[in-house]
Design a protein around this ligand. Structure first.
Ligand SMILES: [Zn+2]
Length: 120
């Protein structure tokens, strides 16, 4: 039942996209299989995932698209976690907890750095 609702919501989003001047592409989203739309700005958008998709030129494989999206997701998660951990450390006075937080920060920082290198 909620699946039908999701579908209805997605259809409405697609209609709105078309109304706003976006064009429907022949490609589908590698994550949710929804048709992709090209916005007036040139960005490619997935109405299923409700996010911008890094568009892959024909010939490039789907795995690459997935990889780019995962990297994007990981970058934002890593920076968000670093922010949260920093805030936690700010108000922490227990030395053991601070040590734990510090190790955690280093781990996420390393993920962040590695992901940035992958993007370069
Ligand atoms: Zn999608």
């Amino acid at each position: 039942m909620s699946r039908d609702r999701d579908e209805a919501v997605r259809m409405k989003r697609m209609v709105d996209l078309l109304r706003s001047g976006a064009t429907m592409l022949a490609d589908v989203c590698p994550i949710c299989n929804s048709p992709l739309f090209k916005l007036k700005s040139g960005d490619v958008y997935c109405p299923g995932c409700e996010k911008r998709v890094v568009f892959v030129k024909e010939g490039e494989d789907v795995a690459k698209t997935m990889q780019i999206q995962v990297i994007g997701e990981l970058t934002s998660t890593a920076s968000q976690k670093l922010m949260e951990l920093t805030n936690m450390a700010k108000y922490e006075s227990d030395v053991d907890r601070l040590y734990e937080l510090g190790r955690c920060v280093l781990t996420w920082l390393e993920i962040f750095e590695r992901v940035r290198k992958l993007q370069a």
